[in-house]
Design a protein around this ligand. Sequence first.
Ligand code: HEC
Length: 481
Amino acid sequence: MYGLLVFATLASAQQPQQPRSSRRDVADVYASLCANCHGPRLEGGMGPSLVDDTWKSGADDERIARSIREGQLTAGMPAFSGALSSQDIRALVIYIREQGAKKRNEGTAFARPVADKVVNSERHAFKLETVAEGLETPWSVAFLPDGRMLVTEKAGRLRVVEKGRLLPKPIEGTPEVWSRNQGGLLDVAVHPDYARNGWIYLSYSAPGANGSAMTVLVRGKLREGRFVEQQTLFRARPEHYRTGGVHFGSRIVFDGKGHVFFSIGERGHKEDAQELSRPNGKVHRIHEDGSIPKDNPFAGREGAIASIWSYGNRNPQGLARHPVTGELWEAEHGPRGGDELNRIEPGHNYGWPVITYGMNYDGTPMTDRTAQEGMEQPVLHWTPSIAVSAIDFYTGSRFPQWKNDLLVGALAQQELRRLRIEDGKVVHQEVLFKDIGRVRDVVSGPDGAIYIAFNEPDRIARLVPASPVEPASGKTRDTKP
Ligand code: HEC
């Protein structure tokens, strides 16, 4: 104890005091300290533009942070290490990234496919066809072997699209959901051996005591328009339910070897994501009947929830198995900045909220820590956030040049992206379309088309191949990984 005290005193004597985080909106910090020289819109003045994608001192986050911290006195850039904390400087880097992306997007003609209009993308031309309308906030789509499509509506209805027609009556007998804010009926998944066993899996937010709620996983069977033989596979203990309407997760994925993976967001209680005694902020793995695999990473640990497969996950709304390697890939919403794509390994810690590439929604800094020993780095992060939602690998044959590419949906940025992945790394990204609705779910369909659940406006649509048009009418642009 004494030794530690001496050390602390010495350390503070030798190093200049780090300024405290200002807790100010980064836009105000920029306006008061930087706009004079770099311009109110970051487009330059006496100092260079910070949104033109050219960096004299290096383009990576650390170089930009260093420019701000240490300055370039002879050239007229003051050093801010005395005035700004490293958290403030991190927030400024995120802000510079946001403004840069905004500027780039303004200058780009993204594809905005409308009915029967062909889009020429990098590798395939495609059309977007409407499959079903008249739905309310469709959240997830899944296919039965006979070609019928199941659709969840967030308000708590399970719908069926049969031979291209939305059946007017929802399936009866599905669980009562807590439908508020981000909560409701969420994912639907069909067991890979459905033809033999008939199991359909649903995840939803269930009400608890005193206005609390938590994500629940059930399975059941369809019989004459009803959801029957329901079994609860995962339900948190009552004391683990959380108040607040955000971050429920949740996606369901089978590994074909008898396991089910599902995700639960941290429910807006970020510190819970690091607690192995709590179910939120995690990816879970159970057997298909809800029992706990003995070889789960925390199965034998005192106080830990045995179904936990990974932790430190903020709000994972994307989960998919790589069709070749079998790895589990996950996408989670970051705060403002720091949306993540992760490769999930058993027992690993994905860092939230200790490390993140994002900041608070109100523009105040969160942390300057983006990496730490014992915590996984994302395969990729989107800063600024795109509001990453569902992901799925393309496994069909109608778009052969997209084989095994990862399709990524985005809510706020209203995008569908295609990511090429080689050796576990994203080597290329393409925005296939943008600004035609929030992409809530994306599924590589059994017929080789790509099915998309859109919100605002609410509908299900699919991408199908088309013959390219000349001249290119819907030019898309590369975005750097
Ligand atoms: C007094 C004018 C002035 C102010 C105030 C100022 N800058 Fe600069 N800044 C400059 C100049 C001039 C340069 C170019 C330095 C050089 O050529 O090496 C520069 C360079 C930079 C660079 C490196 C650009 C590159 O191409 O690598 C960054 C990043 C930067 N400034 C950010 C900021 C931020 C953030 C603030 C506010 C906290 C700020 N600056 C405030 C004048 C200023």
